[in-house]
Every structure is written in C-alpha cells, then in structure tokens.
Design a protein around this ligand. Structure first.
Ligand SMILES: Cc1cc2nc3c(=O)[nH]c(=O)nc-3n(C[C@H](O)[C@H](O)[C@H](O)COP(=O)(O)OP(=O)(O)OC[C@H]3O[C@@H](n4cnc5c(N)ncnc54)[C@H](O)[C@@H]3O)c2cc1C
Length: 377
C-alpha cells in the first residue's frame, strides 16, 4: 500500500460526515477514492452539531474551513432549571465551539470532492477482509476491489456486523431535534436546561435559525409517535422561554426523533484491508457532542498513518486509545443524567452551580485539547 507508481485506492462505504472527511483526507495524500452511499440523493438531513476545537483543527489540517457557515458559541456554558433559573453562566475560560447545521458541514465537505468520487444509490451489501466490495448500484450488483475499504457506514454498519460483531446498544434514552425557520425565534442564547430525566439544549445557528433538542428517558426502543413535535412539547411545553416557542415554530414534519444508541468498544478497528471509521467504529451517546468530531479526527489520523507508513495498524492504535475513554465517558454521562432520583438530580444541579470555571474548563478540555498530525503537502 502507498508504494509504486499507481495511486493506492480506497472504497469508502457511506457518505456521512465520516465518509466524506475520509474521502477528503485520502485524496489529500494522493489516493484514488470511491465513495458509495446507499441513499438515492444527498438530502439536507440532520439538525445542529457542535464542532469542538479538536475537530476544527482536524478540518484545518484538511484545508476545510467551516467558519463562514457556523456560529462561535459555548456548548454547555449556560445551564438552567426548567423554570429558567440559571445554575451556571458561561465564563470567558469556557471552551468555545462552532455551532453548525449538519447539512452545512456535509455540504462544505462534499464541495471539496470532485462529483465523480461520490456515487449515490449505491448500497454495499458485503465487504470481504481482502477488500472486495459487493455493491447494489442503481439496481445492478457490482463487485469492486481496492487497496483499502473504509467502512464509514454509521452505527448500524453492515460491515461491522458482518466482519466484526456488535449490535447497537439502546441507552434507554430518546431524543427529538429540530431547527427553527430563520428569524422565527430570535435572538436566543445558548443553553442547556436540566430536568429530571429530561434535558433541553438550545444553540443559535447562522441565518437566525436555532437548533434545539429534547432528550428524555425511555423504557423501550423504536417507539414511533404520530406527532413528534407534540411528544416533545408534552415533556417540556411548560418550561422556560424560549423552549416552547422554539418547538412550536418548528414545522412538525421537520422534527427528528431517534433513540440514543451506541456500541460496545470493538477490540480493533482493522480487519486485514478493511478499517472502521466514525460511528461504525465507535458510536457514542451525544452527551459530549463529539461523535462527528471523532469521525473527522479519524479521517485525518487514517490519512496521516497511511502516508507515514504506520498503516492501518497505527490508525487502530492511535484511535482506540483516544476514542474509547471518550465513549465510556459519554455513556457514564447518560447514566448520571438519566437518574430521576431527587438526590441524584440535585447533585448534578449543585455540581453545575459550584464547580469553579477552571475545573469546568479542564473537564471539557480533556476531550478538546487534541491536535491533528500534519499531512504531507
Ligand atoms: C441527538 C444527536 C446529537 C448529536 N450531536 C453531535 C454534536 O453536537 N457534535 C458531534 O460531533 N456529534 C454529534 N452527534 C453525533 C454525530 O451525529 C455522529 O457521530 C456522526 O454524524 C456520525 O457520522 P458517520 O459518518 O460516522 O455516520 P452517519 O452519519 O450515520 O453516516 C453513515 C452513512 O453511511 C450510509 N450507509 C449506511 N449503510 C450503508 C451501506 N450498506 N451502503 C452504502 N451506504 C451506507 C448512510 O446512508 C449514511 O449516509 C450527535 C448525534 C445525535 C444522535
């Protein structure tokens, strides 16, 4: 791999944030790349995302600038109670993040790729460890081979399920998300409101849009609701302003609902010529806001390891050491904040009120103080 005259080749399964970032990164080191995406078209899916400084630096390493499409803010800086009382106000020492619509981040990455790289309506049905990919492309079954297959096919990854093992694990939590129409509720301040077993996050986005999410404990997975906005309003419709207004102004058919799932740590991200990347490798609960950030980091480290000769094994070692403690911390956060006992809830609220700014910063910076390896020019 990586030697000889012909460019090394990669097939990337999935055109999410991880797959696109991997395509950009591998092209940066001179690889020839094919991205296979099962969706028939690239739609504007998703809601808001926070991009932490670690991922901002990783994007810089790829030469990708998302700042014109994002709003600088502080994630989890302002904490409130459902009645609106402030438990904590953001502090100049807090770690800054970029808030962006997922569709915008996706679009910026996609524009870095020539159109011929990305194939939609291309569902991968099997991958062999030797790098043979069977794809149902536009109704026809094709076999493709490459030096490396990057499985960036998300938490339900077919590749992981067949070549590794491990189904997603339901975290007994569900989430509704939405983005308000431009200017409908504006201005708003970033905030996270902590109820007992229910939390609401609010983040301003560009164009006077607002990203909101409502997470709630749930006993059963895969519960379907006739009216998702109504379900979210049932839980937080009497909480402080602007929460009810944000939900009420978001068109009902644009409210997303999904369960929070993650995966148990996989022992290796590499199986011969196949590597796992992004949620396929390490889906985690969204409590740290780092899932997509880690997929972007994966992409840069994979490219750096392939370029330096460390190869997939180097990628595997570096990434598992970095991501597994983070995924464990995100899971622990779910346990902590889902506890509806009064004492447990008061402990979370009191900690939010009393932790000094430096300790708060340290707790978040432990994940965001990361710098990418440099890629060859
Ligand atoms: C409520 C919530 C809030 C979040 N907030 C944040 C946040 O603030 N910051 C952050 O960094 N992260 C956040 N995340 C996590 C983030 O969304 C994910 O970690 C990230 O999007 C994963 O990207 P991915 O490319 O690995 O997977 P995906 O986005 O799942 O992409 C996988 C792609 O593969 C395609 N695919 C699947 N199977 C096949 C197949 N067989 N053949 C071809 N294509 C296939 C899919 O169609 C899809 O396009 C949040 C997640 C949730 C649920």
């Amino acid at each position: 791999m990586g030697s000889g005259k012909e460019a090394s080749s990669a097939i990337i399964v999935g055109a999410g944030i991880g797959g696109l970032a991997a395509a950009v990164a591998l092209r940066r080191i001179g690889w020839s790349v094919t991205v296979l995406e099962r969706a028939p078209i690239i739609a504007e899916v998703g809601a808001g995302l926070t991009v932490w400084p670690n991922a901002e630096r990783a994007l810089d390493a790829l030469g990708v600038d998302i700042r014109p499409r994002a709003v600088p803010t502080i994630s989890r800086g302002n904490l409130r109670t459902p009645s609106g009382r402030w438990l904590r106000r953001s502090h100049p020492e807090d770690v800054g993040v970029l808030a962006i619509h997922r569709a915008d981040l996706h679009d910026v990455l996609r524009k870095e790729l020539p159109p011929t790289v990305l194939h939609t309506d291309a569902e991968v049905v099997s991958v062999s460890p030797q790098g043979v990919v069977v794809c149902r492309c536009g109704g026809e079954e094709n076999e493709l081979t490459a030096d490396l297959v990057v499985a960036a096919d998300g938490v339900n990854s077919v590749t992981r399920r067949t070549l590794w093992s491990g189904d997603p694990v339901f975290q007994r939590r569900t989430v509704w998300r939405g983005v308000t129409p431009p200017g409908s509720v504006w201005p708003v301040e970033e905030s996270l409101t902590l109820g007992r077993g229910v939390q609401v996050g609010v983040l301003p986005l560009p164009d006077e849009r607002v990203y909101w999410f409502v997470t709630a404990n749930a006993d059963q997975p895969n519960q379907l609701y006739a009216d998702n906005r109504r379900e979210a309003l049932n839980r937080v419709g009497d909480w402080h302003h602007p929460i009810p207004a944000l939900l009420a102004t978001t068109p009902e058919d644009q409210v997303l609902h999904n369960d929070i799932v993650d995966i148990d740590p996989v022992p290796t991200y590499v199986n011969d010529r196949v590597v796992l990347l992004g949620d396929a490798a390490h889906a985690m609960p969204p409590d740290l806001g780092q899932g997509a950030c880690q997929a972007i980091e994966d992409a840069v480290v994979l490219a750096a390891c392939l370029a330096s000769g460390d190869g997939p094994q180097g990628y595997d070692e570096q990434r598992r050491a970095r991501v597994h403690p983070m995924a464990a911390a995100a899971r622990a956060s779910v346990r902590r904040t889902s506890n509806t006992g009064l004492l447990a809830h008061l402990a979370v609220a009191t900690a939010a009120r009393l932790i000094p700014p430096a300790a708060w910063r340290k707790a978040t910076a432990q994940w965001s103080d990361w710098s990418p390896p440099s890629l060859p020019n």
